[in-house]
Design a protein. Sequence first.
Length: 280
Amino acid sequence: MKRWIAPALLLLLLLGGCGCEDPLAHVGISKPVKQEKNEKTGRQPGHKNQKLPEMGSCQVFSVKVEELSGLCMNKDTTAFWAVGDEGTLNKVSFSGAVTPVLSFDLDAEGITINPATGDLYIAVEGDQMVCRVAAPDYRIVDTLFHIQEALQRDFDNNGLEGIAFYGDSLLFVGSQEDALVWTCTLDGEIVSRVSLLDEAPQIEEVAGLYYDAAKKWLWVTDSDACRIFVFSTDDFDLVTSYDIPQIENAESICVDRSRNCVWIGSDEDSPKLYRFNFTF
């Protein structure tokens, strides 16, 4: 076994990739993308942070959720809630095993949880709205509000993609178009709006969102740029970013500090769940 792995590691280092493709998922290597000063703001990414998270090896698991598009941890952090574009809510284990819970006729693109109540919030593309699935039964989908800008500008299939519960009662809602992020109350009042293009010219879209309360960071997947971006929620400064060229369509993200990893859901022909080891 050791005689076979050593050359594989050498090949991965020469190619400079993460190596998360089967069967070498467990020996993948990746590095943060070199950061450059934002020409618009003059700011240096990561200048407020003495130590940035380091991405390491990764594993990949198959997940039988059609068009997997949203991922968040459940209330007791023992598994995931996941949604698919075809309108399904599922429980997913850390190894990718799926238990269907609910079906509905909506283009579900992102999911997040209120850690206090267990209620789930879903970002819906097309209709450009946010819905709630209330705990503990998770049987009814209620429409909470629409993002009017996304409707008025006819974002259509470039609309809502990411959602993340923030603080006590706020939501970050993100769109593909203009890499927009709105901060909203639970009844739909817009508290703030920012285009991440102004802070990170390299970003192309918002595909998935995760609020990292430990650092007050917003982690963003960009499936077009094949990167993870990390922003400070204080001023939306770019903190850092990570290249993930091996992931076909990174649409969701979940930071798991208790297990020292970051999970990425990929919406592809055979949906995948990636676990990247991190040193935080």
